[in-house]
Structures are given as structure tokens and as C-alpha cells.
Design a protein around this ligand. Structure first.
Ligand SMILES: [Fe+2]
Length: 216
């Protein structure tokens, strides 16, 4: 099996100077991110070393290959979720603009309605909420996740990730997750979210295209 080794990303220094989210909380949170990177690499090594004996023992209740593949998805989720999350924090919390705002209004009615849905979805989740572009449906939707690897939806590409695991907010907010989500919005860099949106341009379709540079 080919090994694709990950390196941890460097994020903006601004994530250590956020409003309401302490430097200490971010530093501790980044250690978890580093842990996911390490485990993703380690699990790939283990997969590449599987023997014929391991393969012959494949089993859906318990087997080494089952455990490794299962936890690979958890580690990958831990890496990607946190890269989106820290990648768009450290901003001034102003509202989105351009093509992203246009799409939000189209799919949610208004920016306020979108925020209300994202916050309530975040309060209802046990791990994450993602705003994702569903390529099949051609719309933005706020998806809910109970863990790093649940519940991905086929054709949905995340452009915004909100961590609602307790480790993301307990140090600064106690059990007040709603307050944490409000503060998350205040520290968002919407330009990054808009860039994320543009990067997943639907060039394949030629319809409902949201990318200004699209040639389709
Ligand atoms: Fe986290």
C-alpha cells in the first residue's frame, strides 16, 4: 500500500490572539490536531505491513485490518476537520460577501437564517457541524457529525467546520456551547470560507456555477 505521509499545517498566528478563545485553549487544541496527523501516518505504516496471515483473518467483528481502516477514517477526519477549523479562524467575524453570500441567501433565505441553522446544528451535534457544498444537489447545507468520521455525506464538500467537541470550548466557556458558537462567528475569517467555496468550483456541470473564473 502506498503511504502518503502528512505534515502538520502551520496556521495563522492570529489564532493565538482571538476574542474569547484563549491562547492556552488553542495550544492544547493544536496538540490534538498534531496527534491526528501522527496517528494517520502511523496507521498507514501498519496497513503497509499487513501480512498474508492478517489478510486471511479479515473479519467484520474484529480483525486488524478492520480496526486499522476504521481508525484511519477517524484520524483523517481529525486532520481535515481541524485544518478547515483553524484555517478559517483568526478573522474579524464580519459577514461573508460575493458569491458565497449569494449562495447562502439562495439556499437559506438570508445570512441570519443560515447562522441560526448552523448554531442549532452545532448544539445538536456531538462533534462537528460542517457547511458543505453538495455537488449533486447544487446547494450549501449544514451537516452534523458526532465524531471526526461521522457522518460524511457523499458529494458534500466542506467549506466551513465548527468543532463542538468539549475540548474546543470547555476551558473557556464551561458547558455554555451556545456562547462558544457565538464567539466562533466573531472570530471567523469569511474570506477564507469564500476561498474554500471557490476552490470546489463545480466546473463539471456548467450550471449554477459559483466560481467567477470558471470557464465552463
Ligand atoms: Fe477539536
Amino acid at each position: 500500500m502506498k503511504i502518503i505521509k502528512l505534515e502538520p499545517k502551520k496556521f495563522s498566528e492570529k489564532i493565538f490572539q482571538m476574542k474569547g478563545i484563549s491562547k492556552k485553549a488553542v495550544e492544547e487544541h493544536l496538540k490534538l490536531y498534531q496527534g491526528y496527523v501522527n496517528k494517520y501516518n502511523e496507521i498507514q505504516e501498519k496497513l503497509s505491513q499487513l501480512t498474508d496471515d492478517d489478510y486471511s483473518k479479515a473479519n467484520q467483528t474484529y480483525s486488524l485490518i478492520r480496526e486499522l481502516k476504521l481508525e484511519l477514517s477517524f484520524a483523517w477526519g481529525g486532520v481535515i476537520n481541524h485544518e478547515i477549523y483553524f484555517g478559517h479562524l483568526g478573522g474579524n467575524g464580519k459577514t461573508p460577501a460575493g458569491v458565497l453570500l449569494k449562495q447562502i441567501k439562495k439556499d437559506f433565505g438570508s445570512f441570519e437564517a443560515y447562522k441560526k441553522d448552523l448554531k442549532a446544528t452545532g448544539i445538536s451535534a456531538r462533534g462537528w457541524v460542517w457547511t458543505a457544498w453538495n455537488e449533486k444537489e447544487k446547494r450549501l447545507f449544514n451537516y452534523l457529525g458526532d465524531a471526526q468520521n461521522t457522518f460524511p455525506v457523499w458529494y458534500a464538500k466542506p467549506i466551513l467546520a465548527l468543532d463542538v467537541y468539549e475540548h474546543a470550548y470547555f476551558m473557556d466557556f464551561g458547558s455554555n456551547r451556545g456562547n462558544y458558537i457565538d464567539v466562533f462567528f466573531e472570530n471567523l475569517n469569511w474570506q477564507v470560507v469564500e476561498e474554500n467555496f471557490k476552490k470546489i468550483c463545480c466546473c463539471q456541470c456548467g450550471e449554477n456555477c459559483h466560481c467567477e473564473d470558471c470557464q465552463c
